[in-house]
Design a protein around this ligand. Structure first.
Ligand code: PHE
Length: 344
């Protein structure tokens, strides 16, 4: 009886050691080690105990044998369960596929809000006969100032102070140099729209940033007058903001246009209750007739041709269009802001 009791006790001690070893096995190889140690046919620890069954009274053998079989099958269950767990963990590490997870939606990019505005403006002016042009952001003083009738010691050059690079280059302070480049490369009739970034020594606040987008317009042909300028911009404003939109020209000065104007827009805004009201006047661009000196500097006969030009800030137009309160939001690269403009 005592021998029998000690065999059963030995078996039960083995059982708990084995279960603990199974739980602690961290890899499939370690688990296989545990299986061999406890269940191995030849040298396995359970087999070694069972080999001592012969020492028992014949009538006691079945009870001990039954206990041994129970422990064996419990251990086998524990081993295969642990094996399953280790395999699943391993798959996780290797980027295994879990087909029950919901599908990941592909990232959908979106145009930057300023790019959206530029595309809308370009599209409208395309309908008015303007094609897209572009010029470099790194310019020379000639294109940025002098060819635009702006001597370097002119106060207007001061107002557009910018970053100078080596070798007499600078970051363009406006898109107007593209006017000159286009006139050098093409004979009239010319109708182009040139969007792009410009740079100025400026503060960084809700209404100013040292880098911003501009959209330049230029039309040069025989017989172009101020009426063409005004009609073109009025038609643009109606197409962009709606039929009731009005524009207003205020006298202004730019060295490269004569006469020059600041252009304001008054929109019709729909109130939440469906009634309409007019917005305040808002300045949206500078414009004017191309100064004959600019035509001449670009090699275009100012006796024969006239033209108009305008320059606006799509970023500011976007503030109106989307109700954006602060220009800096355009440059923060905050995905929560930009995401609102994703999609077509
Ligand atoms: N280049 C001017 C500016 O940056 C805008 C402008 C463009 C004015 C074309 C007149 C004609 O302020």
């Amino acid at each position: 009886m005592s021998q029998n009791g000690s065999l059963v006790e030995d078996l039960q001690r083995l059982e708990s050691q084995a279960l603990q070893a199974v739980a602690e096995a961290a890899t499939p190889d370690a688990l296989e080690e545990v299986r061999i140690t406890f269940l191995g046919r030849k040298d396995g620890r359970i087999s070694s105990i069972l080999r001592r069954l012969g020492e028992l009274d014949p009538e006691e053998r079945p009870r001990v044998g039954a206990e041994a079989n129970r422990i064996k099958s419990r251990l086998q269950d524990a081993l295969s369960e642990r094996e399953g767990t280790l395999e699943r963990d391993g798959e996780g590490d290797e980027g295994g596929l879990d087909l029950t997870l919901p599908a990941r939606r592909p990232w959908q990019g979106g145009r930057h809000p300023v790019t959206r505005v530029i595309d809308e403006l370009v599209e409208i002016f395309r309908g008015l006969g303007f094609t897209r042009a572009r010029g470099p952001e790194v310019e020379t003083e000639w294109y940025n100032f002098e060819a635009l009738n702006t001597p370097l010691d002119h106060p207007a050059a001061d107002e557009q102070d910018t970053l100078y690079l080596k070798g007499g280059h600078l970051l363009r302070s406006h898109t107007s140099p593209v006017q000159v480049r286009v006139m050098e490369a093409h004979r009239p009739p010319i109708r182009v729209l040139a969007p792009g970034m410009v740079y100025r020594r400026d503060s960084y606040d809700a209404t100013h940033t040292p880098g911003f987008a501009q959209l330049e317009g230029l039309a040069v042909d025989e017989g172009i007058t101020f009426v063409d300028l005004k009609a073109t911009l009025a038609e643009f404003a109606r197409r962009y903001w709606g039929p009731g939109t009005r524009i207003r020209f205020r006298p202004s000065f730019f060295p490269f246009t004569e006469p020059s104007a600041e252009v304001d827009v008054k929109r019709v805004v729909r109130r939440p209750d469906g009634t309409e009201e007019e917005s305040d006047w808002l300045e949206i661009m500078g414009a004017g007739m191309v100064d004959p000196a600019v035509l001449d500097a670009a090699g275009i006969d100012s006796e024969r041709y006239t033209g108009f030009a305008f320059g606006m800030g799509p970023g500011r137009i976007g503030l109106l269009k989307y109700g954006i309160p602060d220009l800096r939001l355009y440059l923060d690269n905050d995905i929560r802001f930009l995401q609102q403009f994703s999609g077509p």
